[in-house]
Design a protein around this ligand. Structure first.
Ligand code: ATP
Length: 601
């Protein structure tokens, strides 16, 4: 509860700082409405009682006060509708969304991007900041409404204590609403995965790349059927939860309305038997009419507040995840200017967070300074995971990785990343950017540096792409943004150029760098990256790590590491491993045979 309250205070603080006048206006309207509503009922009672006592002047004064209060109620209600919450929600929601995105984008780890249970919560949070702000502001309104409700009940209780029972009955709709919210929240989380699947299938059905494969494979109806099934499952789960919640809410409200009718009849009876003044009757009638609306408003505002509740837990979870990730940042040391010994794995084991499967199993090896190291192994043997550990996206559970005998965890992550470059297997595509930006992203400090840009483009053999783009490197990479599409191989070369932006990395990682390239391009790219590796090695003892399934392309490496189900099963030069006749030589011979069997054209 206290964390919700803290969030509430924080949202109000942000509202005050970013929309001060609007915040003050909403507070003034809400406070004015409470004063005017209660004041109007009191003034009307006084006017009637004074008139009955034939005190003309006080009666007229009270009647004028009642008229002013009534006008104020009308004006403030109108303003209430005009100002609404949408202005404040738009403004403050945008501020919070901005912060959240910045916080997520600057996280150093990537667990939240790869764990499905975390992704479920992040899916729920898309567009949530505005709803959270709306919920918090509805809570502000609810506070004023409850103040009015309390004052109303005090005045009514003074006439007849029966009315106090209404307060107890008003809890029924709220309790039912809370239960309904829990049901809806559970359904949102339970169906998040299938909902994501449905969105993904929709994207697949409308994506140009997948569209060709789907049509060739005659898989259109299957994709549509799967999408409909996923949509049906997601919608059915959420719909059923909404229906159950609606029934619960209706039940709660019925309890209140019945109790309200009984209480009202008791008061009417007291008034008709002469136990109340005419002014009391007016007061009771005025407040009773208001009470109904006030309770309805309170329930509505609380419902609106609570419906934002489904976002609060994921939002607060994300914030504590971000805070914990920041707190766990340990390293403060700077990486060396150049490598002398190399990068050493010492009994490193790793499982992905939230899983039990050991993906890297007790790996010990030295990647010598100034060497080209090839990492090979079958699908799922842990090659990309080693690349992620070296990028510090995850930490080993046991064992250490050291850089020239300094624990990688003791190095400042950003400083280490400034000295690494990587072309990842699942490289990003940035259609909204220009080609120059998509490459420059590899070293944001050099984004506008034309010399660095064209050097990187040249290294990745991507000059041909630039030559063919209508506006050269300034062309955007999608027709949706006024540019042109790139082919798969061109995207891969863009990723390679991006990875080549850094001039002096200590560690250069290429994870399946040529998977989408044709044979001549693959040959050229490997030749250039071997040259680059030698230059980097001479410059600062850099290690170049190449992950490749194509064993012939990594034969020139100084050291070949063979991974099998997370274990390092062989290491040595290409020739040594062939001579050893183990796993590597078996794989190599199989591949050589497959290639020699290809018909020549
Ligand atoms: N984010 C993740 N969460 C949980 N398990 C993962 C994750 N990423 C990979 N794995 C699992 O870890 C194992 C090693 O995967 P990894 O991608 O490192 O292998 P790889 O050798 O690079 O495979 P490939 O040659 O197909 O790229 C696999 O069993 C994979 O399913």
């Amino acid at each position: 509860m206290t964390r919700y309250l803290r969030l509430w205070v924080e949202v109000l603080g942000i509202s005050w700082r970013h929309a001060g006048r609007l915040t003050a206006t909403v507070f003034a309207i809400e406070a004015g409405l409470v004063i005017a509503n209660i004041g109007m009922a009191l003034a009307m009672r006084t006017a009637v009682d004074e008139m009955g006592a034939r005190n003309e002047a006080p009666a007229v004064g009270a009647a004028v006060a009642a008229a002013v209060a009534c006008t104020l109620v009308l004006v403030l209600n109108r303003l209430h509708g005009l100002v609404g919450l949408f202005l404040i929600v738009e403004k403050v929601g945008a501020v919070i969304e901005d912060r959240l995105l910045r916080d997520i984008a600057t996280l150093q780890q990537i667990e939240h991007l790869e764990r499905s249970d975390y992704l479920d919560r992040i899916t729920v949070l898309k567009g949530a900041p505005k709803r959270i702000v709306g919920g918090m502001w509805n809570a502000v309104r609810a506070c004023f409404t409850f103040l009015q409700l309390a004052l109303t009940l005090v005045l009514l209780g003074a006439v007849s204590p029966w009315f106090l029972a209404l307060l107890g009955l008003a809890v029924a709709p709220l309790w039912c609403d809370r239960k309904g919210r829990e049901i809806e929240s559970r359904a949102e989380i339970d169906t998040a995965e299938v909902f994501r699947l449905q969105r993904h299938l929709f994207d697949v059905a409308t994506d140009a790349a997948a569209g060709k494969e789907i049509r060739t494979g005659l898989a259109g109806p299957t994709v549509a059927r799967l999408q409909t099934a996923a949509m049906g499952e997601a919608t059915a789960g959420r719909y059923a939860a909404r229906v159950r919640a609606a029934w619960l809410r209706a039940m709660g409200y019925t309890v209140f309305v019945v109790g309200f009718a009984v209480s009202l009849s008791v008061i009417m009876h007291r008034a008709s038997s002469g136990n109340a003044t005419a002014g009391d009757v007016v007061l009771v009638v005025t407040l009773t009419l208001n009470l109904q609306q006030t309770v309805e408003a309170a329930v509505g505002q609380l419902t609106a507040t609570m419906s934002a509740g489904i976002y609060l837990d994921p939002y607060l979870w994300l914030r504590s995840y971000i805070a914990a990730e920041r707190e766990s940042r340990t390293g403060h040391k700077m990486p060396p200017g150049q490598l002398r010994t190399g990068i050493r794995f010492d009994h490193v084991s790793f499982s992905y967070p939230g899983t039990n499967k050991i993906v890297i199993d007790d790996v010990s090896v030295l990647l010598p300074a100034g060497s080209v190291v090839a990492l090979v192994g079958e699908f799922g043997s842990g090659k990309s995971t080693l690349v992620k550990l070296l990028s510090r996206f995850y930490h080993p559970q046991t064992g250490t990785i050291t850089v020239d005998d300094v624990d990688l965890c003791a190095l400042e992550t950003e400083a280490w990343r400034q000295r690494t470059s990587a072309a990842y297997q699942d490289f990003g595509r940035y259609p909204q950017m220009t080609f120059a930006e998509a490459v420059g992203l590899g070293d944001i400090a050099k984004l506008g540096d034309q010399e660095a840009l064209f050097r990187a483009i040249d290294t990745a053999d991507a000059d041909g792409i630039v030559d063919r783009l209508p506006e050269g490197a300034a062309t955007r990479l999608s027709p949706a943004y006024g540019g042109v599409d790139l082919s798969e191989g061109q995207w891969q070369k863009t990723a390679l150029a991006r990875a080549s932006m850094r001039w002096d990395p200590l560690l250069f990682m290429l994870d399946e760098p040529t998977a989408s390239l044709d044979a001549p391009s693959e040959h050229t790219v490997f030749r250039r990256y071997m040259e680059r590796a030698r230059q980097l090695a001479a410059r600062n003892g850099a290690v170049t790590l190449v992950v490749s399934h194509r064993l012939s392309t990594v034969a020139g490496a100084d050291l070949v590491l063979v991974l099998d189900r997370g274990k390092l099963v062989e290491q040595g030069t290409h020739e040594e491993l062939l001579a050893a006749g183990g796993r590597y030589s078996e794989l190599y011979r199989l591949q050589a045979k497959a290639y020699s069997m290809r018909p020549s054209v």
